[in-house]
Structures are given as structure tokens and as C-alpha cells.
Design a protein around this ligand. Structure first.
Ligand code: AMP
Ligand code: MG
Length: 279
């Protein structure tokens, strides 16, 4: 089981079948072990990326409500050293954000060299919810695909590796998850009455996702459609792509400072001579 990036220019299938776990998906225990292994490898690579301090990775997570963005952040990226990760959640833009161009708030949260940035929603909302709810006219949102491509091209050219994941769930799975939220008082805070309104626009969102992914899936900033009905499958598939991409980046620890041998000798000498500070 593995995820391939969507070939540039192709429209993804976003039907129920595409949300189901692949038939060869392993069982629960095997998935748990694999995620643990991938998490360890990811953490090692992250450490090297951080130490190298030259390049960054940006991971974009998009999904419908209950699609599993929060869960993936916890279960996959929760395995990394918090020092090296920046998670940003993009909500309805504030009045200040609305006075700027839509990429303004996004660019500020692009991770600096050495870090992995995770976007919980992203600039893609500006061609998804904004389109579905007609928050701006088509003449405004349609050119954004090209603007986003130019923006991402610019980031890639400046040392950012970009991975974009669409966590794709079926309508039936969303129904179950919304019911689970409503039945569990500790999850009520996650439920927004507006979620049902969004759900009613299922097909509009499907069209908006399909168009956005087709128009912005590039070799440099590829989209992955994650079958997300089964949570552990979703997590393992995402972790695999992240690990493989980090392996390809091959982050290196910086070369050691010159004079290490002398410094070591000096410190070790202190220990044998009674150690510590000299007055
Ligand atoms: P949640 O992810 O449940 O916290 O909800 C955040 C809400 O913010 C979602 O309904 C998003 O669609 C909405 N949102 C995020 N970005 C934008 C945007 N650029 N314009 C309008 N709504 C947005
Ligand atoms: Mg929500």
C-alpha cells in the first residue's frame, strides 16, 4: 500500500471508492507498528533537517469537516520533536487578514529553514469555501489557481519542499463522524451547526476540490489524495509520503567545527585534573 502523487493536470476521483482503504491495507496491529516505525524514521530525518538548517518542508492538509486533519496532525506529526514543527490552523479570515491579499497570512506561516510546517487548512480555502459560498465572484477566484502555482513555485525555488494532502472521506463516513461528535459531549466543541450546511453542498465541494487539485497539482508541489475513511490507513499513507520525501531530500548534519579534537582534549584534561572551573 502506497500513495502516488496525482499526475499534474489530472482530475482526481473523489468518489466513495477513493475514500475506502486499499484492499491490501494491513490489519490494525500491523498499521500501528508501521506508523511507529515511520514515526521514528521521520523524527530522525527531522532532527537532521533541523540541524542542517537550510531547507524546510511545508505540508498542506485539506479536507472536508471531520476529514481527519486534526487526527493526522496528532498521530503523524505528534511523533516529531515539537522544536522542529510549526502547525498553523487557518480559520475564517480576520478583518485585518481580509484587508490583505489572501496569501498574506499564508506566506507569514511558511516554515523557516530547518522546520517542518503543517497547514491545517490553507490558501486552498480561497478556492474552496470561497468558491462554494460565492464569497467572491468567479473572476476573482478563478485566477487564483495560477496565482497559487506561482506562489508555490516561488517557495520551492527558495528551498521549501511542498506536499499537499487532500484527506478524502465518503459522505457516509462523514455522517458517522458527525453523529459521533454529537453523541460525545467532549466533542461538541468541534461541531459547528454550519457543518450540516457544508455537508448539504457535498457535490459543490467535490467539484471545487477536483478543480483545485487538477489546476494546482504540479511536479514541484504535488497533491496526494488520501483514502481517509479508515484513520490508521490515512496516517500510515501520509507518514510514508513524508518519510520518503525527507529521505529524498537527504538532510545532512553540518560538518563539525574545526578544532574538535583540541576542545575534547581540553575538557577531558579538566576532568582528570580535578575538573571544573579554574579560579
Ligand atoms: P474548523 O477547521 O472547523 O476550525 O473551521 C474553520 C473554518 O474556517 C472552516 O469552515 C473554513 O472553511 C473556514 N475558512 C478557512 N479559511 C477560510 C477563508 N480563506 N475564507 C473563508 N472561510 C475560511
Ligand atoms: Mg469544523
Amino acid at each position: 500500500m502506497r500513495l502516488d502523487p496525482l499526475p499534474p493536470g489530472t482530475a482526481p476521483a473523489l468518489d466513495d471508492a477513493a475514500a475506502a482503504a486499499p484492499p491490501e491495507a494491513p490489519d490494525k496491529d500491523e498499521l500501528r507498528d508501521r506508523l511507529a516505525q515511520l514515526g521514528q524514521r521521520m523524527a530522525q530525518l527531522q532532527e537532521a533537517l533541523y540541524a542542517e538548517g537550510k531547507r524546510a518542508m511545508l505540508i498542506v492538509l485539506q479536507a472536508r469537516d471531520t476529514g481527519g486533519k486534526d487526527g493526522a496532525i496528532r498521530h503523524v506529526f505528534g511523533r516529531l520533536n515539537p522544536l522542529g514543527v510549526e502547525v498553523t490552523t487557518f480559520k475564517v479570515p480576520t478583518p485585518l487578514e481580509l484587508r490583505h491579499d489572501y496569501l498574506w497570512r499564508v506566506h507569514q506561516r511558511v516554515p523557516p529553514a530547518g522546520l517542518i510546517g503543517v497547514f491545517n487548512r490553507s490558501h486552498y480555502e480561497d478556492v474552496l469555501v470561497v468558491r462554494v459560498h460565492r464569497l467572491v465572484p468567479k473572476e476573482v477566484w478563478e485566477p487564483r489557481y495560477e496565482q497559487i502555482n506561482a506562489f508555490e513555485r516561488h517557495l520551492v525555488a527558495n528551498g521549501i519542499t511542498i506536499l499537499k494532502f487532500c484527506l478524502h472521506i465518503s459522505a457516509e463516513e462523514q455522517r458517522k463522524r458527525l453523529i459521533a461528535r454529537l453523541r460525545d459531549p467532549s466533542k461538541h466543541w468541534k461541531f459547528n451547526p454550519g457543518d450540516l450546511n457544508e455537508r448539504a453542498r457535498w457535490q459543490d465541494y467535490t467539484d471545487a476540490y477536483a478543480d483545485a487539485i487538477r489546476a494546482t497539482g504540479t511536479a514541484d508541489a504535488p497533491w496526494y489524495v488520501v483514502p481517509a475513511d479508515r484513520k490508521p490507513v490515512r496516517d500510515v499513507l501520509i507518514a510514508q509520503v513524508v518519510v520518503e520525501t525527507l529521505e529524498r531530500m537527504g538532510p545532512r548534519y553540518p560538518p563539525s567545527e574545526t578544532g574538535v579534537t583540541e576542545l575534547l582534549a581540553q575538557l577531558e584534561g579538566e576532568a582528570t585534573s580535578g575538573g571544573g572551573r579554574r579560579e
